[in-house]
Design a protein around this ligand. Structure first.
Ligand code: AMP
Length: 297
């Protein structure tokens, strides 16, 4: 197994970059560490499409709207390096804050066409501007050809696609499917903070999403009724507290809010977004609940 290169300074990055063969395609996987199979699947996808695979580990302060969440974010560098190495990642960039934020940790303001204001953006003010800032900076520093992002953070993929558009189409953004535990729970670094009991009940989030998909496949359901049933599934047992269930047109991310309108009567596929708390731990998940748009006869 080839040893992974840990790059901690911009000077080291320049040295690494100049050691690469001319024209080598770089695939990039940005992460905040505490890696699991969801992250490693992104590395594997990048491995299959590029000459060099580079990951980054950096817990970005400007995307946390809750300081306690930032403080509690798990760190596990030793294991992360082994895990990345095991899937053939060539190098990992672990920058210092001053490399990312030479003028201090403040988010820039991007024209995100409202993508940062709706859904998860409305629940976490400032979050997506923080994400856009760190990713844009990493793209500037590393100049990858392609960058890999998980659809677990579906709205984030849309935001990053917009950032790439603002950068003139570079790098190519590759969305990758959600990796789940056997019981359906979406893998997340935050799952490590769950108690055994919370962990046992956490799959109810995906159960509710699958229920919505199955329900909508067999008969028309208005949004209000579906949300009521999904809440019941998520909160059963009393270990999860629902924060939000939202729906949006899956391509344009236009929120779907009419409580009475049947969800299978929209012209585009529909994506559902759930956030819930297990104690202090905020969990999110998302799923395509209507596969194809409805065209009126
Ligand atoms: P994070 O370390 O949480 O910032 O995540 C880094 C990248 O991994 C993001 O593109 C996430 O969407 C992606 N990711 C996290 N969890 C999963 C998962 N369960 N399946 C697929 N991608 C994931």
């Amino acid at each position: 197994m080839k040893k992974i290169e840990q790059i901690t300074t911009l000077a080291d990055w320049q040295t690494f970059r100049s050691s690469l063969p001319k024209g080598a395609r770089i695939g990039f996987v940005p992460t905040m560490g505490a890696l699991h199979q969801g992250h490693l699947a992104l590395v594997e996808k990048a491995r299959s499409e590029n000459d060099v695979v580079l990951a980054s580990i950096y817990v970005n302060p400007t995307q946390f709207n809750n300081p306690a969440d930032f403080a509690a974010y798990p760190l596990d560098l030793e294991n992360d390096l082994h895990a990345l190495e095991s899937v053939g990642c060539d190098a990992v960039f672990t920058p210092q804050e001053s490399d990312i934020y030479p003028d201090g940790p403040v988010a820039r303001v991007y024209e995100l066409q409202g993508l940062d204001q709706c859904l998860e953006g409305a629940l976490r003010p400032g979050h997506f501007q923080g994400v856009a800032t760190v990713v844009d900076r990493l793209f500037d520093l590393l100049q990858p050809d392609a960058a890999y992002f998980g659809e677990k953070d579906y709205q984030q993929v849309k935001v990053i696609q917009r950032v790439a558009e603002l950068r003139g189409g570079q790098p190519r953004i590759v969305p990758c499917p959600i990796v789940r535990e056997k019981d359906g729970l979406a893998m997340s670094s935050r799952n490590r903070r769950l108690t055994p009991l919370q962990r046992e009940f956490a799959p109810q989030i995906f159960e509710a999403l699958r229920f919505a998909q199955e329900e909508l496949a067999v008969f028309p359901v208005p949004l209000k009724a579906l949300v009521r049933e999904m809440r019941g599934i998520i909160e059963a047992g009393g270990h999860l507290k629902l924060e939000d269930i939202s729906f949006a047109l899956a391509d344009s991310m236009t929120p779907v809010t009419d409580p009475e309108r049947y969800l299978d009567r929209y012209p585009e596929p529909i994506q559902c977004f759930v956030s819930a708390y297990a104690g202090e731990v905020r969990l999110i998940d998302t799923h395509r609940v209507v596969e194809s748009g409805h065209s009126p006869a």
